[in-house]
Design a protein around this ligand. Structure first.
Ligand SMILES: NC(=O)C1=CN([C@@H]2O[C@H](COP(=O)(O)OP(=O)(O)OC[C@H]3O[C@@H](n4cnc5c(N)ncnc54)[C@H](OP(=O)(O)O)[C@@H]3O)[C@@H](O)[C@H]2O)C=CC1
Ligand SMILES: Cc1cn([C@H]2C[C@H](O)[C@@H](COP(=O)(O)OP(=O)(O)O[C@H]3O[C@@H](C)C(=O)[C@@H](O)[C@H]3O)O2)c(=O)[nH]c1=O
Length: 310
């Protein structure tokens, strides 16, 4: 282990982001420790949560605290608003308070679903928020709790996250095709920016290093949008997944465009949640790859590399 490695403590284990951070820590010259469910239950009493986190983070001697845990079941959150609020709305504030007590920066991750999706174009960090459902409302409340607890924070709003592991849209599409579905109806009127969790992890290591290097630089702190370059609607995203599957000899399905009304869900989703990433590019020097290039990397890991044409 590198004695000078940046020590990063991650709240959450086994999720997409916590797994990616753990996997990529060494190549970024950092040492990562994680604390997640069931050892830590973020919905437990705030006193217990704070005590457990403080003890673990201070014992590790962390220089940065990252919150990678969240309640991410968008539809289920409509039926469990209190649980979603405890995990997404309250716990981030407790985590940020621990960071403040230890005088270390806190990196928190939020979502495009804080927007209602009615505006045109790409959303900037200070555009008005107006979440449509419980998940987005609780994530917005978490952003506010972090900002209230410490100015030494970076809140990274990402979107449409996919990974070679965990639960995500790419894996759902591949699973449905492998189960024999030959045609799938997918909504084509919700637009956003698909984002590989591997790119998010790389960006977090860079942001962590910047925050650590310049503890008094306020411009490095605040809210930043962090999504894959490019855009898609969910049907286009699905078609790209199946095109990649076909090239790799894996089962694929035809995609039929649906409207949101034709694919009813418990929670409403924004029609346009494209995020503008120029702020993180200019301030943290983070340039996110095109989501289609990153999708290739994830598909390589999930179903193997492309078969050469013979
Ligand atoms: N996934 C996406 O499409 C998007 C995610 N985000 C945000 O990115 C961040 C990372 O999300 P991602 O990794 O994809 O999410 P995952 O759902 O893959 O992981 C969430 C993690 O939080 C943990 N967790 C949930 N409840 C608790 C609890 N009560 N106590 C402790 N840990 C808990 C889960 O543990 P367990 O598995 O044991 O339940 C899991 O490790 C989150 O802040 C999310 O809101 C933003 C935009 C899009
Ligand atoms: C599986 C499936 C989904 N859909 C639609 C439903 C929805 O509008 C869209 C995406 O569905 P999902 O349920 O996979 O995605 P969803 O849970 O809405 O994804 C969101 O997760 C949270 C955590 C975030 O923060 C967001 O950025 C976003 O990634 O595709 C279809 O149209 N057909 C299908 O067969």
């Amino acid at each position: 282990m590198n004695a000078h490695a940046l020590k990063i403590f991650v709240i959450g284990a086994g999720g997409q982001l916590s797994t990616a951070l753990e996997e990529r820590a060494e190549q970024h010259g950092t040492t990562v420790a994680l604390l997640g469910y069931p050892e830590l239950d973020l919905s437990a009493s705030p006193e217990l949560v704070e005590t457990q986190i403080f003890k673990a983070v201070s014992a590790f001697g962390a220089q940065i605290l990252v919150n990678a845990a969240a309640y991410t079941a968008v539809d289920k959150a409509e039926d469990e608003p209190e649980l979603a609020q405890a995990i997404n709305g309250v716990a981030p504030g407790i985590i940020a308070q621990v960071a403040a007590r230890l005088s270390i920066p806190c990196i928190h991750v939020s979502t495009d679903y804080v927007f209602d999706g009615t505006a045109e174009g790409y959303r900037k960090e200070d555009d008005p928020t107006s979440p449509l459902g419980v998940y987005g409302q609780t994530k917005l409340s978490g952003e506010m709790a972090v900002a209230a607890a410490t100015t030494d924070h970076a809140i990274l709003r990402t979107a449409w996250v996919y990974a070679p592991f965990g639960a995500n849209f790419v894996k759902t599409m591949l699973r449905l095709a492998s189960e024999g579905r030959t045609e799938l109806g997918v909504v084509a009127d919700q637009y956003g920016c698909p984002t590989s969790v591997l790119d998010i992890a790389d960006a977090i290591f860079k942001v962590a290093s910047n925050l650590n290097a310049k503890p008094d630089d306020a411009t490095l702190r605040g809210i930043f949008h962090l999504v894959g370059a490019g855009e898609a609607n969910w049907a286009e995203f699905a078609r790209a997944i199946f095109a990649g599957a076909t090239l790799r000899g894996a089962p694929s399905a035809a995609v039929k465009d649906l409207t949101s009304a034709e694919y009813p869900t418990k929670a409403k989703r924004p029609f346009n949640s494209r995020l503008d990433t120029s702020k993180i590019k200019h301030i943290h020097n983070v340039t996110m790859p095109d989501w289609k290039l990153s999708l290739d990397i994830v598909l390589d890991r999930l179903i193997g590399s492309k078969k050469s044409a013979s």
